[in-house]
Ligand binder design. Structure first.
Ligand code: EPU
Length: 317
């Protein structure tokens, strides 16, 4: 079992935060499997978050942020350092500000993407509906430019507020940000909030669109099972310079339904790895390894994980 050194408490004992030691973060992810965190800290204010990050930086303690855990696999051995969860009320607020050509929405990083998009749709504000059915926190969605066939969040970002490695606040306007396929150029470890540009629209038509996109996803993806969405990024075809569906490549390699331990390739969409409650993170990793090898042999494409994997940084793992 993991332990937390008594000296670690000096980092947070006087701060307005909630602390849990040996926290079962694996079960907080969408996979619902994997190890624990030595320290799970929930700041109650932005100031507490800033101070904590500064102290952790000075002490060399690694800090990670757990969003909604929708694209994350926690190694069975768990993780050291500090895992932050920005799910206190202060990190979930939505603030609307009218502008001459629409509305700006400042969403704190811990706000749930689905609730944010429904809140905006109810107010007749368009811009986020392409993200229907994507499980994420706002911070996680911005960090990896969440999206799919219908669009990605980067298209509506006006600015992003972060804490840099020194624990100082930095705001990046859209003109300094690059949103690429499932990635951004945000250099800082912590996203605090994102300001999104929305347009007035008809609420009924908007809700119909959200429903259509969600239904489309439900028909093609195993949304009811435990998974972390797509396991691999769609690789670039060097000849056409277009992305090829990793799901199609895995399917073509004949891997649908293949399982290792409690992890299996979904029969509905081959880029989804679905897990039983008894599965280990090791099962998922072994299956991913196997898929990469078989797809490389079958089609020559090297698949890169889309799922983020957290492991211990210290040698004692
Ligand atoms: N296909 C197969 N077999 C499969 C899966 C797909 O033959 O098992 C074929 C489909 O029939 C279709 C093509 O491959 O002709 C593309 O499939 P799909 O439309 O499902 O798109 P995708 O490229 O596999 C991407 C994103 C998804 C996103 C969908 C939206 C990536 C890695 N995947 O999948 O994102 O929801 O488009 O349509 O970018 C995610 O990021 O977690 C994710 C699920």
């Amino acid at each position: 079992m993991s332990t937390v050194s008594p000296s670690a408490s000096i980092l947070f004992s006087d701060l307005d935060v909630g602390v849990e030691t040996d926290a079962p973060i694996g079960s907080m992810t969408w996979y619902g499997i994997g190890g624990r965190a030595d320290l799970l800290i929930r700041p109650h204010t932005v100031e507490a978050l800033e101070t904590l990050c500064r102290r952790a930086r000075r002490s060399g303690v690694p800090v990670r942020v757990l969003g909604s855990g929708a694209n994350l696999l926690v190694a069975d051995e768990g993780v050291d350092g500090i895992v932050l969860r920005l799910d206190h009320d202060a990190f979930r607020t939505l603030q609307y500000e009218p502008t001459p050509d629409g509305m700006l929405l400042r969403a704190m990083a811990g706000a749930d993407l689905a609730r944010t998009l429904m809140d905006a749709a109810r107010r007749g504000l368009a811009g986020l509906e392409a993200l229907a059915g994507i499980p994420a926190s706002i911070g996680g969605a911005v960090r990896m430019n969440a999206g799919g066939r219908f669009g990605a969040i980067g298209g509506v970002v006006e600015s992003v507020a972060c804490l840099n490695r020194q624990g100082d606040r930095v705001v990046y306007p859209a003109s300094e940000l690059r949103f690429d396929y499932r990635s951004t150029n945000i250099p800082d470890p912590i996203i605090v909030s994102a300001t999104l540009r929305l347009q007035e629209s008809d609420p009924i038509a908007l809700r119909r669109r959200v429903k259509e996109i969600f239904e489309f996803k439900k028909a093609s993806q195993p949304l009811a099972e435990h998974s972390a969405g797509c396991s691999f990024k769609n690789p670039l075809d060097p000849v056409t310079e277009e992305r090829v569906s990793a799901g199609r490549l895995i399917d073509a390699a004949g891997l649908k339904g293949l399982s290792i331990g409690g992890a299996a390739i979904s029969r509905q969409h081959a880029n989804f790895i679905v897990v039983d409650p008894g599965a280990t993170a090791g099962d998922v990793r072994a299956l991913m390894q196997h898929v990469r090898k078989r797809v490389l042999e079958h089609s020559g494409f090297e698949l890169e994980a889309e799922v983020v994997i957290w492991e211990r940084t210290e040698d004692s793992a």
